[in-house]
Design a protein. Sequence first.
Length: 139
Amino acid sequence: MLQRSQTIWLLLAAVCGFLTLKFPFFTGNKLDANNVSAFTKLIASSSIIILILTVAVFIAALISIFLYKNRKLQLRITLITFLVSLLNFFLYYIETKKFVNGDYSVTVILSVAIPIFLLLAARGIYKDEKLVKSMDRLR
């Protein structure tokens, strides 16, 4: 059942997760060890924890697409991925505090969109589960 609406939401979350690996979240000046201000882009590979969480969100969203036969597991993985994406966004925000000055990039929308897409997918999975349960009661 790859034509379900939650598949689209999960795929969009995975694509946004992949794109956050390539595009900056924040650009600005950051102090070096020598107190020299240098222009830097904050991307996922700037911090190992952010990189691991970003890759985890990307892979979990992709895996969740193919768990359509086990909706309960798919819903659990999607909700856990949602929490991890919120943690990832929070860590990005913490990293921006290390900059002297700068601006958020336009591509911050990708990081904001991931939890939204995951919530929409979870809602679709939950609706499917309710529909299947109601059909089982009719049998």
